[in-house]
Design a protein around this ligand. Sequence first.
Ligand SMILES: Cc1cc2nc3c(=O)[nH]c(=O)nc-3n(C[C@H](O)[C@H](O)[C@H](O)COP(=O)(O)OP(=O)(O)OC[C@H]3O[C@@H](n4cnc5c(N)ncnc54)[C@H](O)[C@@H]3O)c2cc1C
Length: 559
Amino acid sequence: MAQAAGAARTVILTVDDDPGVSRAVARDLRRRYGESYRIVRAESGATALDALRELKLRGDQVAVIVADYRMPQMNGIEFLEEALDVHPGARRVLLTAYADTSAAIDAINVIDLDYYLLKPWDPPEEKLYPVLDDLLEVWRSAEYRSVPTTKVVGHRWSARSSAVREFLARNQVPYRWYSSDEPEGSRLLAAAGQDGLRLPLVITADGTVLVEPADAELAAQVGLATTPAARFYDLVVVGGGPAGLGAAVYGASEGLRTVLVERSATGGQAGQSSRIENYLGFPDGVSGAQLTDRARRQAAKFGAEILTAREVTGLEVDGSARSIRFSDGSAISAHCVILATGVSYRQLGAPGLTELTGRGVYYGSALTEAEACQGQDIYIVGGANSAGQAAMFLSRRAKSVTLLVRGSSLTDSMSYYLIQQIEHAPNIVVRTGTVVEAAHGTDHLEQLTLREVASGRSEMVDAQLLFVFIGAAPHTDWLGAAVLRDERGFIIAGPDLTGGDGHPPAGWELDRPPYHLETSVPGVFVAGDARAESAKRVASAVGEGAMAVMLVHRYLEQS
Ligand SMILES: Cc1cc2nc3c(=O)[nH]c(=O)nc-3n(C[C@H](O)[C@H](O)[C@H](O)COP(=O)(O)OP(=O)(O)OC[C@H]3O[C@@H](n4cnc5c(N)ncnc54)[C@H](O)[C@@H]3O)c2cc1C
């Protein structure tokens, strides 16, 4: 059985099959954390799991688990996977030899590993303690929110129940899910005096009962900040996707009093991506949720205030102040504003598609689902370059790709080079004048009904994967005429405002032309997908967020 020391109840557990290494890790941990934490040591995955279960039954908390990768019977990843079931809140570190780094990187996705530490970890002051300090802080802040026992009672076919779960998950709020038709779910409903007709029911850690709560009410009750701490800031960032988070990190780290306002959950589109493959520094990809969690913590660490579930509905200029108005009518002001509200991919309206989105039906970015296409007959909707590029990309793996185009040909909407490539690809079929009439499937997409526009004839085809590329719409309607936007609603900035003649836009009163990411209103900048001509990539959104902050400094110096 594991050996324990110290009286404190919160535990740091370490497991290594080499007794010498195991003792050395425990010794180093005890030296730094022994006063505040109980260090528990085990020499195999099985004994460590026994120890974890025992701790669970006693109600002890486990803050961090440090596991060796190469252990007989059960390796470190397998062990951590099981440990996660027992203590899901514990932060996870894998101890590896240099040769095992790729396995450790895989583990980042498999078990949501927080860190892998290379052996030897000497000197611990440089290599071990900073990692542990960070993880303990993360663990404590999750505890501080004190909502690990928030309960959600809902039903899997209730759309609002799914939306609430997603909201909590995307905001990293731990909760327990109970189906309303399970005994414990029924007991909770009864205790709250509910008949289960209005779902979900959310019971917060302090026992407050919320029935079908709206995002803002839920956010406030589970400890997410929804109210600004001040009336005036140096910088307000609207939107908490990669561009907004990038701006918040750089703004706050460079000393600007920064507030970020997000209407739903931080992460934006990237937060919904199962794996981002092309973000610099992550050769094996990174899940959007993980990237978001880190960025959010980073922004908070530098002192950025993050307001969640607050929608911005107006932008006003009052002298040198720029104000943003919330949907409840209240407002905050700042010297500068960065608009980072991103886009949503346009949805197809056919019956069945909404229910199957994410379960065989995908919008916007097919690349992350490429693996799933191996050997499959797949369908793509769209006649523009994005659909063409996806068809070419996915045809490398798919058995066949059918491109469904509403119009009568591709020539008006797609680049010539792509049309040529598609014509030469042996496994791509283009069906012009064809639309998706309905999608069918219970748990996932199984069939599509296709209709020929001219003849009205319908046919049912087997399909497990459908990718839709029918354009993106920016979240900018709320801006009205406050800043110049292009005909599709994207915000125009910098050189694009001055047109070919180099003249600034009408109403521009400064002697200088607009800075690169500056909109038609001085001091109001745009970053990421919402900008006209933007790249629609995570890296470019983050980069523009950082660059916009640099321009904010320049604006503040000169105004
Ligand atoms: C499924 C999927 C997978 C993807 N995969 C990749 C990939 O692998 N690689 C890659 O480079 N790119 C990928 N992308 C594209 C990438 O995610 C986007 O380019 C990037 O997220 C853009 O960042 P952004 O901050 O500009 O906007 P968004 O991510 O769209 O974030 C905007 C945020 O602003 C908030 N917001 C909007 N309006 C308001 C308002 N009025 N008030 C307050 N908040 C508001 C939204 O809720 C949202 O959180 C993917 C996109 C999707 C949908």
